[in-house]
Design a protein around this ligand. Structure first.
Ligand code: ZN
Length: 166
């Protein structure tokens, strides 16, 4: 196990833009170690998503693991365990939805955030395979929250006033 420290609000690394990973650098030991450490760090912190900037690595890498009980009514049929490298939101619908959001980098707080309800995300996985996924509702929110981290954005940027105590 290699847990990495999670940067919290006030740390300037959370406001920086992460760089894309070159395609020929994806299948390297360095990336494998980074991804494994991110998954272990996320799991230990009981998170459902973690981006590399949150462990002070400015690379476009995200890990997501959503327990089934969080979205039991989803039409989702694929496993909810994702590794996203260089993710891009390529399509956004006009309809919106709102969820309570939390962030491992903004501890003890939560905020009610309105975001697009349907998105399409393109990304590479750890083997450099290309994917295009259509997402809706909570899954769409989780992916947007994590991809925001790669652009130096936090969910608190979308809410008026202060977040609530969780
Ligand atoms: Zn977050």
């Amino acid at each position: 196990m290699a847990l990495r420290p999670i940067a919290t609000i006030g740390n300037p690394v959370l406001r920086k833009k992460a760089k894309p990973v070159s395609k020929n650098k994806i299948r390297t030991m360095e990336m494998r170690t980074l991804i494994k450490d991110m998954q272990e760090t996320m799991q230990a912190a009981k998170g459902i998503g973690l981006s590399a900037p949150q462990i002070s690595v400015l690379k476009q890498v995200v890990v997501i693991k959503i327990p089934h009980e969080i979205e039991p009514h989803s039409v989702w049929t694929k496993p909810s365990d994702y590794i996203l490298i260089n993710p891009r939101i390529t399509d956004i619908a006009h309809d919106t939805t709102s969820f309570w959001e939390e962030c491992l980098s903004v501890p003890h707080l939560k905020g009610f955030v309105t975001r697009p309800k349907h998105i399409t995300v393109e990304y590479l996985d750890q083997e450099a395979n290309e994917y295009s996924l259509k997402l809706e509702n909570f899954m769409a929110t989780v992916f947007q929250h994590e991809i925001d981290h790669l652009n130096g954005k936090l969910y608190i940027d979308y809410i008026d006033g202060l977040p609530y105590i969780n």
